[in-house]
Design a protein around this ligand. Sequence first.
Ligand SMILES: [Zn+2]
Length: 246
Amino acid sequence: MVYSVKKQILRSLVFVITFSLLLSFYCICFGNFFNSLGNTLAVATAMEPIEKKCLLIDPGHGGEDGGTVGVNGVLEKDLNLSLSEVLGTILEFSGYEVVQTRKEDKMLYDRNVNYHGRKKMLDLKGRLEIAKTVGPDLFIGIHMNAFPEQKYSGLSVYYSKNQAKSKDAAEIIRTNVKNNLQPDNTRETKAASSNIYILDRIPCPAILIECGFLSNPEECEKLSSYDYRRELSFVLYSSLVSFLEE
Ligand SMILES: [Zn+2]
């Protein structure tokens, strides 16, 4: 009995000490983040009512269209969706309205029309129609790159020529990625040509991010890791906030 009580006290002590240590650890690691987040939310609350700014995130490919295949076998469509969801969650948490063209593993073509041999084109049209309906402050296409030679790596951003603001968003992302994630990345932003279907026809500010090369073994391994996708999402998030609050 006495032994059991002692054991219980000991267990309680171990629990309290472990809990305190964990709490201290969290405070040290995330204190600044939650403080600044709290300040941001407080400012947002003080400024209400404000119209929420809206972002449309478009995870490329899906369903029977896997996109490019990584050297480790990972499919582009899955990484696009995962990264979009992390990015979207952080943006929503910060008070922005976020719409995703797809939240499932599927293409976005109209199943009620004769889609045989036209799935890819109808899929792109479907995404463009969503963009026209939503009319976001910024459209963000999320993709992964590939090239026959394995040596190429690094994130790159395309922007739509239809709206001057698109280039501003692309430039902020390029700068932040270079400063915070990829110091050796010398890739310049590029105006989308007519072969990037959505960016060529979209009426709102729009960019397409090629997050990295799945043909490069090192970068493919990074992009396959949830931790790296979360890091990249935070860099994209802070860039998008800079763009929207300019
Ligand atoms: Zn793609």
